[in-house]
Design a protein around this ligand. Structure first.
Ligand code: HMH
Length: 203
């Protein structure tokens, strides 16, 4: 019997999820290092102690996230340690590394931090909206990042970034804009990389 469309799409969807999570696990480990560098800058440069607390909360969430990835991986029988980074993952990680230097201003990196988290939150929240028919195997992942609490946390990051950008010089604003566009380009490449895998799985 020929496989039904729903079997094929379920297969494609699980294939997508496994590949995506494997690559995202590599990304998140680099993102932890980036978060640590942002935290250091917040401690040194920020005028408000709540900045440090928001970023510290982010790090605690990343700790949970890594545990979640490991748990998901064992559920889907993925070997996380053996995964080779794909080009888009490598490029994105290298970009994060370029933002970790002391010379990169806090206003620039906190804005990048907000953008990276918000893109994720908004994408998964969109999948959860009524009528978007997200396949059931993806719902856990969507819930994880698309939920209200994560949205609230992204909003706290936005408030910090806004506060810093209001008092930033024209030079820093220009730099921030370039970095923001790079974040979006890397996100698009990252998500597209996973889409290619779905196409491969369905052939
Ligand atoms: C690709 N962007 C990507 N992965 C993530 N886990 C996040 C953003 C948010 O942490």
């Amino acid at each position: 019997m020929a496989p039904s469309i729903s079997t094929a799409s379920k297969h494609g969807c699980l294939f997508w999820l496994r590949k995506f999570q494997g690559q995202d696990y590599i990304f998140v480990r680099e993102f932890v290092a980036f978060a640590a560098s942002v935290l250091m800058k917040a401690c040194k440069e920020s005028d408000e102690s709540s900045d440090m607390e928001v970023i510290l909360g982010a790090m605690a969430a990343l700790n949970d996230e890594i545990r979640w990835f490991k748990n998901e991986a064992s559920k889907w029988e993925i070997e996380l340690s053996g995964i080779a980074p794909r080009k888009a993952t490598q490029d994105y990680c290298r970009f994060l590394e370029s933002l970790m230097g002391k010379e990169v201003e806090y206003a620039v990196v906190i804005t990048a931090f907000w953008a990276i988290e918000s893109v994720y939150q908004e994408s998964f929240a969109h999948c959860l909206e009524d009528g978007n028919e997200t396949p059931p195997p993806l719902l856990d992942t969507c819930q994880r990042w698309g939920n209200r609490d994560f949205g609230q946390y992204c909003f706290s990051l936005k408030k910090i970034a806004d506060r810093w950008l209001k008092k930033a010089s024209g030079d820093i604003l220009k730099k921030t804009e370039v970095v923001l566009l790079s974040v979006l380009e890397h996100e698009v490449a990252f998500w597209n990389m996973s889409r290619v895998h779905v196409a491969e799985a369905e052939h």
